[in-house]
Each structure stands twice: as C-alpha cells, then as structure tokens.
Design a protein around this ligand. Sequence first.
Ligand SMILES: [Zn+2]
Length: 402
Amino acid sequence: MKYLLIIGDGMADYPLPELENRTPLEVAPTPNLDRLASESGRLGMVRTIPRGTMAASDTAFLSIMGLDPRQNHPGRGPLEAINLGLRLTDEEVAFRLNLVTQDEKKMVDSSAGHISDGEAGRLMAVLQEHFQGRRMRFVPGKSYRNLLIMERPPFDWRKLVTTPPHDILGRPLTPYLPKGPGGEFLIGMMEEAARIFAEHPINRTRIDLGENPANLVWPWGQGGPAQLPAFQPRYGLTGFTVSAVDIVKGIGLAVGLEAVSVPGATGYLDTNYAGKVEAAIEGLKRHDFGVLHVEAPDEASHSGQWRLKVKAITDFDQRVVGPAVSALRTEFPESRVMVMADHITSLRTRTHTPDPIPFLISGTGVVGRGAATFSEKTAGAGRRYLREGWRLMEFFLRPEIT
Ligand SMILES: [Zn+2]
C-alpha cells in the first residue's frame, strides 16, 4: 500500500465578511477535493497545535509526523540546519535568521520581498566576513530563510525569548526584539548588520526597482542539535518529503524521511507544481509513504490578500491534488491519500492560529461518508475530531477506515 499526504500550508481559515461569511477554501473552486470528499472521502478535524505551543509550521508538522510537539521540539533553527546538511555539535546553537524589511521600526515584510537566493547568499557572506572571529556563522539557506549558528554562546539561550517575524507584520519591532539572556548581544548584532545592509548595493538596487530591501536580520527559533524519534520504526514505512520549505524537509530528515529536491520549487505561487507532483509519484516507487507539501496558500495568507489565497487554493486543487490523485491511482492500485492544511493562517490577522483544521482521507480501505465538498464546515460536521494531532498519522495508516 502506498500513502501520500498532501499538505496545503496555512490553507484553512475563518469565514470572512468580504467573502459573505465563507472561508477561502469554500470560495475557491476545488472540484478535485470536492470529488474526493463526495465519492470516497472521510473528513475530520484535527488539532495540530496543542494548547500552550506556538502556532507554527514546525509545531504542526511535528504533530502530523506523529510526534507530540510539547515533548519533541528542537526549535526552528536546528531543524533547518539538518535540512542544510549541517550537523550541530553539542556546543552549537542554531537560530533561524530571516532577512526582513523594516520601515520606521515596523516589521513591513518578514521575507524581504522574497529576496532571491543569490542576493541573500551575498548578504550572508558580507555578514560572515564582518563578524569573523566572533564565533558566529552566517549560513545561507533559501531566499530570506537563513541561519545563524553560534558556538558556545555567552548566554543561556534556553531562556532567551525570540519572536517569529511573520507574527508581527505591520507592528512596531521594539517590543518583539530578543529579550532575556543574550537579548542585548543579539540586538547589537542586528544593529551592526542593519548598518552594513543600509549601504549595500543589493539593497540600493532593490529600492530602485521598487522591491523591499533586506535592511534587517531577525534571529529566532534557537535551539541545540535536534534528536527526534524516527518514522520507520514507529510505522514500519520508509518515506520522503517533497517541499520547498526547509522546515518540512528538516523535520522529515530528522525523522528519517528522504528530502527530495525539485528544480523550480520556490515555496510561492510560481512554484513548479508539476515537478513536485511528478517527484512525489516517483518517490512512491522507492518508498511507501510520501509527503507533498505546498507552501503557497500560507504565503498568500500572510499577504492578507484574499484573492491571492483563493488563487493559491485553486492552484493547489487543480495543479497538485488533481494530477497527484489521478497519477497515484494509475500507478498504484493499492493507495491512499490524505489532504490537509497544517494549521490555519488567518487572512484577517495575517498570522497562524492554533484552532483545529480539516483533513480528508480517501483510497484503499477507506469507507467514504459522502460530504458534498471539502471545507472547514463539512469537515467540522463529521464526527471525527482528533484533539491530539499526533494520533492522526496512526489513523491515516490504519488498515481499514470504516
Ligand atoms: Zn505552515
């Protein structure tokens, strides 16, 4: 049996007045999802963000991978370090380091206009050179998602409070700067970096072109080396991830899932959807379990533009779910698919929220319950609600879902 999990990141949302009290998932035309729901689907709701944890993709994806995030959270930095092929030593701490755009001390853009890999890489190299000999490594990742690795930091990083920059869009920076042990150290580093970036030709060009400059670095999600229980011994399946996002690949690698790279996978609306679908189907020839992760709905939600989110969900249905399910059924007669969000990303607040999200399971051994569509409402109307999100994987892999 082959199992494919398709994740539309941040796809779930709340009803919006401007959409006549419907959600973007209800408004977007999603014939493929609706067909799965009505023909053979089992719908339900799941809480992937346990109370008291941060509503973020890493928390959600740990739950989805069958791990309780309250007991298994190595931090965003260390997980992305794994994805970049870096092994942290016990003396090292990794921070996720965003390139961001600030204006008048407000967080304008947590992605610095989706800065290109090339520009981001050059800015990170400039920092590496500037901070030489201060036990800090600036490691380029993808676009605005980079890493700061500190060796034996001169403060207790476990007590340091940092904030994800996408949670404070449009807000003043000052209250959210690193606080507690190491706070001043990091703020000093941020100020030095900002002075260097202000003069940098890359930013002058970006401003000239009307693009958001990378005029600040923002450290968060710090942690030591990640150690997570492996997927294969728990579920008896080997697997892989297809994703443009380091955190998904990183958690996957940390639990032993192969990270399949796809050329042109950007994590945005211009991503190579067909290439990702093809990579997932190919992956299932080597493994029995695969994750196909699409970031675009989340990015669209953070922009606050409902039309963009509806477009991202429409593409997700038409260019990912449709072709993936049809190829899955053709290639593997014994197969099952689960489609879900990972968490809600609210268009209204432009942030992640911890409320339960809908999922849909269809395929071999699944007895459908015939909902007309796939949405927050139809999934909520079903009886199936998993309060402990890390039990969902077990449910998905059950021999029979009746
Ligand atoms: Zn997410």
